[in-house]
Design a protein around this ligand. Structure first.
Ligand SMILES: *Cc1c(COP(=O)(O)O)cnc(C)c1O
Length: 477
């Protein structure tokens, strides 16, 4: 493609992008296609001859867009948000154009130095104490794996990576990891990938609010020690994926400190709410944590992928991940940060740029106002649901998340309520006017409602409630 053609298409795409964001509300939120519908429209053979961009773009609109779920739709209340924003998209355009590999300081000094700076901005914004150093990872899953790998190394005196787990195992070493039964599936994945073994992941019981019970944690650790196991890491969750539960960090940190256990804090979603001081009670005790992750790509208006990983001891991190083939040696290595040593992949995108754009374009006050409103609207709706005769909350609301179910008094059987709510959810999502996620709370079917999209207003939230009530009436009659 000639550069002048590129210019022309880029202008046309920019117009399309603005129109899309202005009109995203007119698409069905969840893609309304069946498995295979989209694949059928894409030829099995790749084109041998070049095709015109106008044609490719037309096919994108006609053949692919119907198969997209519109995450930036203001009535997207499913999963957790993966919100974005115009400043973030603009930065992504620049990142894509520069297409730099930011693995070493030398391969893009600005990317490295901006990353250090904006990660420290984020640290200050969420109230993490000084001393925590940040690095951008692709996802919280990767950050948690990174944490457990570092914990494994520290617990084995950095022997696991050198001598191999098999050698340590032959000496009788068995490592254990602890997380609440509400912890994210990425914790289990990380524990298995880091070689702990799924059987040594202890799922700690939770209390009535679905938060980890610290006495149960202490007991599990003591039991393991009595059996000759070595407790290596605890993962505390702030804002669990199901119901938004917040594990009590202070007592958990006390236990970890007393036993020399690595404490990793998974605040993937809830971490963004820490920019509001009134939610900082969640991180009381965090100064004793070894690592902490939250996702600006969830609730801080920054395009996926952008996960903020903070560690108290960067030396433990680089000792686990640094590897130095001659072709990656640089003259400045001793005086600069080479972020390739702070995680798993070598190659790195220039992801700090979008954070810099977002934080500057909104200002911290603008970001605070947006998140505070999401929380207000969700809490307002949760109160309305709790007050409605035919509905009930099935867990305490947390920040901008709550779980509820339809419960007409005439229906008493739990199985019938499960079926009714499943039908209600399918009907709502098939309608395409809003999008919600299913959940199981104490084994029963629940509907999960999370507010957090950039363009969502109070009216969208209230409109969703009206739709839920109308649809519930329609399926019950
Ligand atoms: C979303 C989520 C994750 C996983 O985030 P990714 O960035 O997609 O890996 C981990 N933990 C919690 C609590 C989450 O909500």
């Amino acid at each position: 493609m000639e550069i002048e053609d590129f210019r022309q298409h880029a202008h046309a795409f920019a117009d399309w992008m603005a129109d899309y964001l202005a009109g995203v509300e007119h698409y069905p939120v969840r893609a309304q296609v069946k498995p295979g519908d989209i694949a059928r429209r894409v030829p099995a053979e790749p084109p041998a001859a070049p095709e015109a961009m106008a044609r490719i773009f037309a096919d994108f609109q006609a053949d692919l867009l119907p198969g997209m779920t519109h995450w930036q739709h203001p009535s997207f209340f499913a999963y957790f948000p993966a919100n974005s924003s115009p400043p973030s998209v603009l930065a992504e355009m620049l990142t894509a154009t520069l297409a730099a590999q930011c693995m070493l300081w030398e391969t893009s000094p600005a990317a490295t130095e901006l990353e250090t700076r904006v990660m420290d901005w984020l640290r200050r914004m969420i109230g993490l104490p000084e001393g925590f150093a940040g690095v951008i990872q692709d996802t919280a899953s990767t950050a948690t794996l990174t944490a457990l790998l570092t914990a494994r190394e520290r617990a084995t005196g950095w022997r696991a990576s050198g001598e191999g787990l098999a050698t340590l195992g032959a000496e009788g070493l068995r490592l254990a990891v602890y997380a609440s039964e509400e912890s994210h599936s990425s914790v289990e994945k990380a524990a298995t990938l880091a070689g702990f073994g799924r059987q040594y992941l202890r799922r700690i019981a939770t209390d009535a609010a679905f938060a980890m019970n610290p006495q149960a944690l202490a007991q599990a650790i003591a039991d393991d020690q009595a059996q000759g196991l070595t407790p290596a890491a605890v993962v505390a969750t702030l804002g669990s994926t199901g119901v938004g539960a917040v594990d009590p960090l202070e007592p958990i940190a006390g236990i970890c400190q007393a036993e020399g256990i690595w404490l990793h804090v998974d605040a993937a979603w809830a971490g963004s709410a820490l920019i509001l001081p009134e939610h900082r009670w969640m991180i009381a005790g965090v100064e004793a944590a070894d690592s902490f992750v939250f996702n600006p790509h969830k609730w801080l208006f920054t395009n996926f992928d952008c996960s903020a990983y903070f560690v108290r001891d960067p030396a433990a991190l680089t000792r686990t991940f640094a590897i130095a083939p001659p072709y990656l040696e640089t003259r400045e290595a001793a005086r600069v940060i080479d972020y390739r040593d702070w995680g798993i992949p070598l190659g790195r995108r220039f992801r700090a740029l979008k954070l810099w754009f977002v934080i500057r374009a909104y200002g911290v006050d603008g970001l605070k106002a947006k998140i505070a409103r999401h929380i207000d609207w969700a809490q307002e709706l949760a109160r309305q649901v709790a007050a409605a005769e035919d509905f009930e909350l099935v867990a305490p609301p947390s920040l901008a998340l709550f779980n509820f179910r339809y419960r007409p008094p005439a229906i008493e059987s739990e199985d019938a309520l499960d079926r009714l709510n499943r039908r209600l959810l399918d009907r709502l999502n098939d309608g395409g006017r809003l999008y919600l996620t299913r959940n199981l709370v104490k084994g029963r079917f629940a509907i999960r409602f999370a507010v957090g999209q950039t363009a969502t207003t109070r009216e969208h939230v209230q409109q969703a409630w009206r739709r839920i009530q109308e649809t519930a009436k329609a399926i019950a009659s």
